[in-house]
Structures are given as structure tokens and as C-alpha cells.
Design a binder for this molecule. Structure first.
Ligand code: UDP
Length: 469
């Protein structure tokens, strides 16, 4: 039986490219030749890791497709979601993505891989692969819970049964009772684009693991009838400091300096605050956040990245004297932080997160309880998993889905939630549940673990398919 060759084509967004690179590395570690497809400006996300692992004997390579940003009216350097100037330009970005179908077909024809793992956001990839009789797998950058809940909303429309936007409704037919408000779900347009059923493809890959959301995984497979493989948590395949530090973008802080700072702190005494790669807060909310962090009295690492142009880097919202007052207690990182490295440090006691799926999983892998602060997309669902199912997080109380300029959470709520997760009886209980889940995550990816076996059975199937064609 010849060796397998698999293409990986992630949406150009940090939250998709980072786990896809981990996934490609994982496949390569199991004897597969892995080719990543991306655009020239996104190449730096992958090159270092690919170079490193090729030298170690893995078969990994990259193929580039020109991105037609200018043709759809976007700025020339707009090659990834975090560079899209405003939420209104997102449709143009996706239009440019769809224009990649033809060049993708050209390299599929040229290289004839055995499988195409393409992002959920590239529905046209199924047709492209079918032309060459290549199985297409969808990579879901999200949780089973999120997909089950979104599917239920689409089918049953329970949000029509309440009379106000802030009234709770139950999401029907799920293995656990979950309630949301209309304010917490995405505008109709978004729901359609993301969650409409796609052309039937070979199956779906999840960055999740059986023990984490077993009931939702079973619901998804058995009730919704979709073939899936759970192969996560993918971030756990980064074992050394170099791998943990080098994810997505280059850190704007020296990693060793960051570790030294954390080394000087007691175990579980630091709260880490970071909202992923695209979240955008109103200046008034950033001000309130600073006040809340300070009022919590905890030591902290706070990652600030706001792309609002009117801010112009001046940070007028920053409370006067904040950094002087918190000197020694707080480390502010402007730009990109080595997140996994920080979360895995024993000084970190809690993670204030927007509940992006990667961040949520990284918290689980580190055994760190969360203060959940969802803003949009699948984040309100992931919050439910963290706070109500796993019970390793506390809500800060963000109640509204907002595409940009998110605001409305008060400093008292922020300070209160941080204190609750960091100290006291409830904190201890959450920490011990988080630790138990961390151990399960590790076991899942080890030889014989659930994710290890699931990937094995996928590879067996692909090999059998390869042998027949
Ligand atoms: N990340 C990072 N440093 C930062 C911000 C984010 O390394 O300063 C990484 C984080 O570890 C995660 C990814 O970027 O792997 C963000 O993905 P997530 O799904 O959490 O959020 P998104 O950016 O998609 O909203």
C-alpha cells in the first residue's frame, strides 16, 4: 500500500491556521505526507514549523495560491480575517476565498492527493475534490456542542417563541438543557452562511476529544447522522518551549522574559487575559476592563490588541497611571502573546477568555479554569460547555453578540468573576475538575487514547480508499 498524501486547506484566520498546522504535523507523525495550501502572505505562519519537522524526517510541504484581495476591493495585504477592515467587508473576503476554487483544482489535478481536508468556510472545496474523485473532509474549528446547538436553532427556531431579545429560550432536542437569549445568537445572515448544510462530503474532523463532550459527539454522530472523527486537542502536540511559543504570529514579547516573569510568581497566582486574534472592544470597554483587572487585586498578564484606527495606538482609554500602579503585579503584552506557553505555566491560575474554541481547548489542556467572556460566533456555545457542562468556568456576564466594538461589561463584574475563579472553595473545585479534564486530554492523544484511535481508523479508511483507486 502506497503512502497517503493529504492536503490541508485552512481558512486564513489564526484560529483556523494554527490548529490546521498542528493537525498536519500530527498526520505527518503518523506517516502521512502533508501538504498545506495557503496564500503567500500567510506562509510565515507555517514555514518555521514545516522546516523544523521536515528536518526531523516528517514529510511536510506548502503550496501557495495567489489571493485576489484587490480584485474584490479589499486592501492588497488583506489575506487573513484579522486584516479585514470591518465586519461589512467580510463577504468580500469570502468572495475572494471562493475564487480560489479554480487554482485549487489545478493543484489537485497536478498532485492528486488522497484526501482534501478543507475548512468549514470553504463549502466549494467539496465540488473541487469530487472532480478528481478525492474524498473531502471538513475541518471544524469548533465544538460539537456549538454545531449541535446551531443545528437545533436552525431546525426548530425556538427564538421565535420568546417575546423579548433578553428572554431565555431552551435549545430543543439536545442531550443537556441549554438556554440562550436572542441577543446571544448571531444575526440571521451569519447563521445562514455558516451553518447551512453543505454538499455531502466524506466526513468531518473535529478538534475535540470524546471525554470532553461525549454526549454532544454522540448526538452529532447518531442523531444528526454525520460521520466524524475527533482527533484533538491538537494543541497538545506542541511539546517543547519552541513549539508552544511559535504559534500563529511572532510573539511581541521575548518568550524567555515572559517565562522569567511568571517564574517569579507563586503557583496559581496570576490571571491571564487574552481574547484571541480578531475580537474587538470599544475603548470604553477596555477602560472598564483595566479598572476591573486592577480592582481584582490579582497579578495578571494582559494581552491588548485593538485594531481600531481612531485609537491610533495612543490608548487614550487606558486609566491614568494604570501601568505605574500595577508595576510588578501586571505584565501587559501589546500584540501577540505566546499563549500556550503562558497557560501551561504553573503560576497561571485563571484565564479570562472570549471562548474561541482554540483558547477554550488550550485552557482545558493546561487545566486552568476560565472567566468566560464570549463576544460572537460560536463563543456563547463554548461558554455553555465551560460553565454548565464541564463546570470549569464562571461567566463574566457578557450578554450580547457583537461583531465589533463590544462593550457593556462593568468593572465590578470583571473583578468579581476573576476573584471567584482565582480564590475560594468554588475556585478549588473548578481547579480540580479542570485538572482532571487536563489528564483526560493528555490520555486521549496518547497511544491507545480516544483521539489516537479515531485518527488511526480514519487513516485506515483512507488507505483502503487509496488502495481501491
Ligand atoms: N493566540 C496566541 N497569542 C495571542 C492571541 C491568540 O497564541 O496573543 C492563539 C491562541 O493560542 C489560539 C488562537 O491564537 O490558538 C486563537 O484562536 P481562538 O479560536 O481562541 O480565537 P479566534 O482568534 O479564532 O477568535
Amino acid at each position: 500500500m502506497g503512502e497517503l498524501h493529504v492536503f490541508f486547506f485552512p481558512l486564513m484566520a489564526q484560529g483556523h491556521m494554527i490548529p490546521t498546522l498542528d493537525m498536519a504535523k500530527l498526520f505527518a507523525s503518523r506517516g502521512v505526507k502533508a501538504t498545506i495550501i495557503t496564500t503567500p502572505l500567510n506562509q510565515p505562519v507555517f514555514t518555521k514549523t514545516i522546516d523544523k519537522y521536515t528536518q526531523l524526517g516528517f514529510q511536510m510541504e506548502i503550496r501557495l495560491l495567489e489571493f485576489p484581495a484587490v480584485e474584490v476591493g479589499l486592501p492588497e495585504d488583506c489575506h487573513s480575517v484579522d486584516k479585514v477592515p470591518s465586519p461589512e467587508s467580510l463577504p468580500s473576503f469570502f468572495k475572494a476565498c471562493a475564487m480560489l476554487q479554480e487554482p485549487l483544482e489545478q493543484i489537485l489535478q497536478e498532485l492528486r492527493p488522497d484526501c482534501l481536508v478543507a475548512d468549514l468556510f470553504f463549502p466549494w472545496a467539496t465540488k473541487a475534490a469530487a472532480k478528481f474523485d478525492i474524498p473531502r473532509l471538513i475541518f471544524h474549528g469548533s465544538s460539537y456542542l456549538a454545531l449541535c446547538a446551531a443545528n437545533s436553532l436552525r431546525t426548530h427556531k425556538p427564538f421565535n417563541d420568546v417575546s423579548s431579545d433578553s428572554e431565555l429560550f431552551t435549545i430543543p432536542n439536545l442531550p443537556h438543557e441549554l438556554k440562550l437569549t436572542r441577543l446571544q445568537i448571531s444575526p440571521e445572515e451569519m447563521r445562514k452562511r455558516v451553518w447551512e448544510p453543505q454538499d455531502k462530503c466524506y466526513g468531518e474532523i473535529y478538534n475535540s476529544f470524546y471525554e470532553l463532550e461525549r454526549d454532544f459527539e454522540e448526538h452529532y454522530r447518531n442523531v444528526m447522522g454525520i460521520r466524524t472523527w475527533s482527533i484533538g486537542p491538537l494543541s497538545l502536540h506542541n511539546r517543547d518551549v519552541e513549539d508552544k511559543a511559535q504559534r500563529g504570529k511572532k510573539s511581541t514579547i521575548d518568550e524567555l522574559e515572559c517565562l522569567k516573569w511568571l517564574d517569579s510568581k507563586n503557583p496559581h497566582s496570576v490571571v491571564y487575559i487574552c481574547f484571541g486574534s480578531v475580537a474587538n472592544f470599544a475603548p470604553s470597554q477596555l477602560h472598564e476592563m483595566a479598572m476591573g483587572i486592577e480592582a481584582s487585586g490579582m497579578d495578571f498578564v494582559w494581552v491588548i490588541r485593538n485594531k481600531r484606527e481612531e485609537d491610533n495606538g495612543s490608548e487614550k482609554w487606558m486609566p491614568e497611571g494604570f501601568e505605574e500602579r500595577t508595576k510588578g503585579k501586571g505584565l501587559v503584552i501589546r500584540g501577540w502573546a505566546p499563549q500556550v506557553l503562558i497557560l501551561d505555566h504553573e503560576a497561571v491560575g485563571a484565564f479570562v477568555t472570549h471562548c474561541g474554541w482554540n483558547s477554550t481547548l488550550e485552557a482545558v489542556c493546561a487545566g486552568v479554569p476560565m472567566v468566560t467572556w464570549p463576544l460572537l460566533n460560536d463563543q456563547f456555545y463554548n461558554e455553555k460547555l465551560a460553565t454548565e457542562i464541564l463546570r470549569i468556568g464562571i461567566r463574566v456576564g457578557s450578554n450580547e453578540w457583537k461583531g465589533s466594538d463590544s462593550d457593556g461589561v462593568k468593572r465590578e463584574a470583571i473583578a468579581e468573576a476573576i476573584k471567584k475563579v482565582m480564590i475560594g472553595e468554588e475556585s478549588e473545585e473548578m481547579r480540580s475538575r479542570a485538572k482532571a479534564m487536563k489528564d483526560k486530554a493528555k490520555k486521549a492523544i496518547e497511544e491507545g487514547g480516544s483521539s489516537y484511535l479515531d485518527l488511526g481508523s480514519l487513516l485506515d479508511e483512507l488507505r483502503a480508499f487509496h488502495a481501491k483507486h
